[in-house]
Design a protein around this ligand. Structure first.
Ligand SMILES: *Cc1c(COP(=O)(O)O)cnc(C)c1O
Length: 510
């Protein structure tokens, strides 16, 4: 074999690249990664994935190990979420795919029942972005129900008012990503059932933690009549590597439209339960191995650690002058906002706080303020996802959170309008591209999308200091989020596309 580069050198280079990544283990990154704190579970996952590395998950009759693992993984999830024999499911590539399939399937059933035109997808405004994507891809009108600015939950009666014959699916979260709010599942399910509307519970982030939560919770899963489908990610609180989630559906006949099948080509007969054709079996094998090995007791043990750590963080933040917890978080995540009930000099802006924590080596996640259509403005917040390993680092984390608040207490929130004003003072020629036009769309087309060439977009990013700079973008995010809050949405979305697209372009020849 002639190699251009020795495989060992290639791996050494990757190891060096990995060293520059945010740390995936050790609890310093409080989003994106879910560290069980058990090296043996990571080893188990890697061993299982390696055993099936060459397998094609496309065909469980040729690779029968896939059928066994998927059946047992769905069985584990069904038991955890109190489904009976009528509940069936699929392993998918992740939460987004589970949500996409839930929406597509519900839309197809709605059409088959005589629905015509463009159906609505009804959800609280805290619903995960995956449902925005699903509505766009499968052509549903996303009908967002405002949530309370106090606790992030929609009012069931207001939600019920949106349910009708043109609604193909309603969605609630257990809990929501932005605020960890547990939506009123039972109340909304009763209204949905009465209106004949299918109801999906998005338990992608918290499902496998809530199922083993140490304290009692209101019913939120298949115990609730009227819940027709449920998504839960194994690559979050199932501690599996990325690429695995489950979508469970009540009723075989409700699930079968999820499948795509065709014999209408000269190749092999195609049957796909998910969006991909050929697909890896590695993430499935990893999740299967972890759940088989841990069982419900092991899952409960890990969940208890995350639950204790979450309670400790909530108690610590409540002690910090100028910050407060948003609403009543359920599960191992929470959001923090500025306490506007104290004097301005005592307030802590959650985004400045997040940047100060980052400077001290703790990565929290900044969430912009959000103007709900037809509802109260939602505050800017900082999100923390808590994992079992967090409990071990509490002795360092809790003082760091308090010190980060001390470092920024009394500083006014970064005002996006001011950031924009300074920028325009320096570069007046940008006004035409950055300021909202009368129609609110800065040159947006009918669908709210922005016609902006990629070089133009890159130029704007450069003038905003977001492209081509020396400093890594992730080090001071508060001003970026402040701009997200004030720039017209189509423009922000277009600029974000450009930013990420440029980040992964092949390197320029030097
Ligand atoms: C993570 C998440 C999703 C989407 O999952 P991905 O795994 O990121 O594709 C959906 N809903 C909620 C509430 C989530 O937290």
């Amino acid at each position: 074999m002639s190699f251009q580069q020795d495989p060992a050198e290639v791996l050494a280079r990757l190891a060096a690249l990995r060293a520059a990544d945010a740390p995936t283990h050790g609890g310093r990154v409080l989003s994106y990664v879910y560290d069980s704190g058990r090296a043996e579970l990571d080893e188990l996952a890697a061993g299982a994935a390696r055993l099936v590395q060459p397998v094609n998950g496309l065909d469980p009759t040729t690779f029968t190990s896939v059928a066994v693992m998927e059946g047992e993984l769905v069985g584990f999830a069904r038991a955890a979420f109190h489904g009976d024999e009528d509940v069936v499911g699929s392993a998918t590539s992740g939460g987004t795919e589970s949500c996409l399939l839930a929406v597509k399937t519900a839309r197809d059933i709605w059409r088959a029942a005589g629905g015509e035109g463009r159906p609505r997808l009804v959800a609280p405004s805290t619903v995960h972005a995956a449902f925005h994507k699903a509505a766009e891809l499968f052509d549903l009108a996303l009908d967002l129900v405002p949530v309370s600015a106090y606790d992030g939950r929609p009012d069931p009666a207001a939600f019920g008012d949106r349910l009708g014959p043109d609604a193909a699916l309603a969605v609630v979260s257990a809990p929501s990503y932005p605020f960890a709010s547990l939506d009123p599942v039972a109340e909304i399910a009763a209204l949905a059932e009465a209106a004949g509307v299918a109801l999906h519970v998005d338990a992608c982030i918290g499902g496998f933690a809530l199922a083993f939560w140490p304290e009692p919770l209101p019913d939120w899963d298949f115990r609730v009549p009227g819940v027709t489908s449920l998504s839960a990610d194994l690559h979050k609180y199932g501690y599996a590597p990325k690429g695995v989630s489950v979508l469970l559906t009540r009723g075989r006949d409700r699930q079968r439209p999820q499948y795509f099948a065709t014999t209408g080509w000269p190749g092999y007969p195609v049957v796909n339960p998910t969006l991909a054709g050929s697909k890896p079996a590695g993430p499935l094998a990893a999740a299967w191995a972890i759940t088989q090995s841990l069982g419900p007791d092991g899952m409960a043990e890990l969940t208890a650690e995350a639950a204790r750590a979450t309670a400790a963080i909530i108690a610590a933040v409540q002690e910090i002058d100028g910050l407060r917890i948003v609403g009543d978080p359920v599960g191992p995540l929470l959001a923090v906002e500025s306490d506007v009930d104290v004097a301005p000099e005592s307030r802590v802006d959650p985004h400045r706080w997040g940047d100060a924590a980052l400077a001290a080596g703790w990565q929290l996640q900044l969430q912009p303020g959000f103007a709900q259509p037809g509802g109260a403005a939602l505050p800017r917040t900082t999100h923390l996802t808590v994992t079992p390993v967090t409990e071990r680092v509490l002795p360092e984390l809790l003082p760091a959170l308090a010190e980060a608040a001390d470092a920024v207490r009394g500083l006014p929130p970064i005002d996006g309008a001011e950031v924009l004003g300074e920028l325009l003072a320096a570069r007046p020629e940008l006004a035409g591209s950055l300021l909202p036009s009368a129609d609110g769309g800065a040159g947006a087309d009918g669908a709210g999308r922005l016609e902006l060439g990629s070089d133009q977009a890159a130029g704007l990013l450069g003038s905003l200091g977001l492209l081509g700079g020396e400093e890594p973008l992730a080090t001071r995010l508060a001003p970026v989020l402040a701009l997200v809050e004030v720039l017209p949405r189509p423009l922000t979305e277009r600029l974000l596309v450009e930013l990420i697209a440029r980040a992964v372009e092949p390197p320029q020849p030097s």
